[in-house]
Ligand binder design. Structure first.
Ligand code: 6R9
Length: 648
């Protein structure tokens, strides 16, 4: 790294910053050397109904795995996000809602959000929802979604938010896996001027015979669109809210009681329900939100994620609200009505902190600097990035064009499983290097290991593991604890394996290089290659399919599919289109294949394992670097694929 690639701490930002480099060094040391003292102190940032006397009780011992934080404490997440703010900031804005239509926005105060949440919590109770029940939320980005999540938390129900872009089939699989008896949805969502038939999708999902267990579907009116109605099962949000009492005492929850589950893709099998608990998660989400975004009272903070992903949970809802923040909730997309929308929203609501994804930045970059014309963005003082590695060019562009060369950028590395940010700059403390997530947050002990699990020292590259637990860590995979232990703790015994690779430089800065397993990251969305493959082979004409990622200018990774048709079937462009539609139907538009290549055969080892390494190289047009192909059962397959490679 040359000096010109280092951005020293911005002196103006340092003046207001909560944490200096000296403080970071001292606090980090304590967090690792004396975790009980450190987290015992910082756990007090929340209101506890019953204070904890124990702090950290965790072991990564493979045969004896156990993760508990604040285990004898009791609290309620919704009370921490709402009730405790009423006396000091009841009339302050909690949520600024910005509609898909730029003419539509409104402010919701903490008092209003509290009242709606209490009412809806009573509604859920009246519909039979009890503590420990799983409630599926399939909603657009509207205030009622925040209300629904907080209302679940208030009564101790476990919410399971399913991204509104998922297909009925994907929704059905998640409802089924969670044995969820309740669904909350909206008539339709609106994004980029287009309607999304959420209620219709729920109906289609529930037609699946295995889902007979769903008792109630609560439907919020977003568009007042005409939707089919199933008397007895479907109930209207607005009608139930009319008569609901606004008095609903928060349920005391043990720190280790579940708060929510959220499905995410792994390298094998069906998506897994990542389970987060109450105390550790909320301490960690709120503390990272405060320090990473240097959040201070009155700052207007905008995270552009969706509630369907973990970023929406931790950094639109729980972290910010626990901190009494003003959080922007955006229903739309960055390029509607046109590509100046992001700048427009920043100016309209005087946003100080903008947290978005590299894919959005690259899409704007492709439009050219004119996409910020007519906006000043002068309110911004900090930028954030999440979801995938940010390439230095996109970082520089974000810094220069969106942030007017004035705002530090926090490149935050974390995962659904980690609950909150693990590696990120603290903006008033660290010099920045474009493309590096820099250093670990308090209490986080990253390490790089070789393929045999040996810890590597100094400047090097390897598999990224975490050596000890932090409070926000997931506790299990819903309904499959064994899979949890296997997935995260069996590759390198005694360590949490992230699935990512990383490089560490001479300053100890981490550079995340991307997944080292069979997980794709398409526009910041995680997808398992196995998921896309099983969708494809479910098609009658597909005999076999192999899916790999390839470098894509905007999406980060695109989806490259090799398909072998059943004997006697002829490849055609129509069939390609049909397969793309098929995958969209099975999973959702985010899984649309970018390239389909017909493959008369796939490169396999003699034991029949598909050699994806080779398929990745062909897709990336790097077939001069195939490496060792001597273990292939039939090497001629490779030449055939190279000769018929699809051009992107
Ligand atoms: C929060 C979130 C997790 C995977 C993760 C990694 C990639 C996320 C990143 C990043 C490089 C960053 N990732 N943030 N890679 N730099 N700042 O995205 O969770 O959807 O579970 O994805 O995303 O590969 O393992 P999730």
């Amino acid at each position: 790294m040359t000096e010109k690639h280092v951005y020293p701490v911005n002196p103006d930002f340092a003046k207001r910053a909560l944490i200096t480099r000296e403080q970071y060094d001292q606090m980090y040391r304590q967090s690792v050397d004396e975790p009980d003292a450190f987290w015992g102190e910082h756990g007090k940032r929340l209101d506890w109904i019953k204070p904890y006397t124990k702090v950290k009780n965790t072991t990564y011992d493979y045969n004896n795995l156990s993760i508990k934080w604040f285990e004898d404490g009791e609290l309620n997440a919704s009370a921490n996000c709402l009730d405790r703010h009423l006396a000091i900031r009841g009339d302050q804005t909690a949520i600024i809602f910005e509609g898909d239509d730029p003419a539509e926005s409104r402010h919701v105060s903490y008092r209003e959000l509290h009242e709606e949440t209490c009412k809806f919590a009573n509604v859920l109770k009246s519909q039979g929802v009890k503590k420990g029940d799983v409630v599926t939320i399939y909603m657009p980005m509207i205030v009622e979604t925040a209300v629904a999540m907080l209302a679940c938390a208030r009564i101790g129900a476990i919410h399971s938010v399913v991204f509104g872009g998922f297909s009925p089939e994907a929704l059905a699989a998640r409802i089924d896996n969670g044995k969820s008896r309740f669904v909350i949805t909206a008539d339709e969502g609106v994004r980029g001027g287009r309607k999304i038939p959420l209620k219709k999708n729920v109906d289609a999902a529930l037609r699946n015979e295995n889902l007979g267990g769903v008792e109630k579907v609560v439907v919020v009116s977003r568009t007042q669109g005409d939707v089919p109605w199933n008397e007895g099962r479907d109930v209207r949000y607005e009608e139930l809210m009319k008569d609901a009492s606004a008095d609903c005492p928060p349920e005391p929850m043990n720190a280790e009681d579940p708060l929510f589950m959220l499905y995410t893709s792994g390298s094998t099998g069906a998506p897994k329900g990542v389970l987060h608990t109450t105390g550790g998660y909320l301490v960690y989400a709120s503390m990272t939100h405060q320090y990473v975004f240097d959040y201070q009272d009155g700052d207007v903070y905008w995270c552009t994620a969706d509630f369907g992903w973990v970023t929406g949970h931790s950094y639109i809802l729980y972290g910010p609200l626990a901190n009494g923040a003003i959080t922007v909730l955006f229903e739309g997309v960055p390029n509607y009505p046109d590509s100046s929308r992001m700048g427009q929203v920043v100016d309209k609501h005087k946003v100080n902190v903008l947290y978005t994804a590299p894919t959005a930045i690259r899409a704007l970059m492709a439009e050219g600097e004119s996409c910020m014309a007519g906006t000043t963005r002068e309110s911004l003082h900090l930028l954030g990035s999440v979801g995938e590695p940010i390439n230095p060019e996109a970082w520089e562009w974000y810094h220069r064009v969106i942030g007017d060369s004035r705002c530090p950028i926090v490149d935050t590395w974390w995962q659904t499983e980690t609950g909150g940010i693990l590696i990120s700059p603290l903006p008033g403390a660290f010099d920045l290097k474009p493309g590096s997530a820099t250093l670990p947050f308090f209490g986080v002990q990253p390490a790089l290991v070789d393929n045999d699990g040996n810890v590597l020292e100094g400047a090097t590259e390897g598999n990224l593991v975490i050596l000890d637990s932090w409070p926000g860590q997931m506790r299990t995979i819903y309904g499959d604890h064994e899979r949890f232990v296997q997935t995260y703790f069996s590759t390198y015994k005694g360590m949490y394996f992230t699935g990512d690779g990383a490089r560490r430089d001479d300053d100890g800065y981490y550079w995340i290089t991307g997944r080292v397993d069979d997980v794709l990251n398409v526009s910041g969305h995680r997808l398992g290659t196995a998921e896309v493959e099983s969708a494809l082979v479910a098609h009658d004409l597909v005999a076999e399919a192999a899916v790999v990622g390839y470098p894509h200018d905007i999406k980060g990774q695109g989806i490259y599919v090799y398909v072998t048709l059943v004997q006697g079937e002829e490849p055609s462009d129509e069939l390609k289109k049909e397969l793309v539609q098929w995958v969209r139907k099975e999973i959702g538009p985010i899984a649309s294949p970018d390239v389909i290549q017909w493959a008369p055969g796939l490169p396999k080892t003699r034991s029949g394992k598909i050699m994806r390494r080779i398929l990745r190289k062909i897709a990336a047009n790097e077939h001069d670097q195939l490496g060792d192909t001597s273990t292939l059962a039939d090497p001629s397959v490779v030449d055939e694929l190279i000769n018929h490679r699809e051009f992107q």
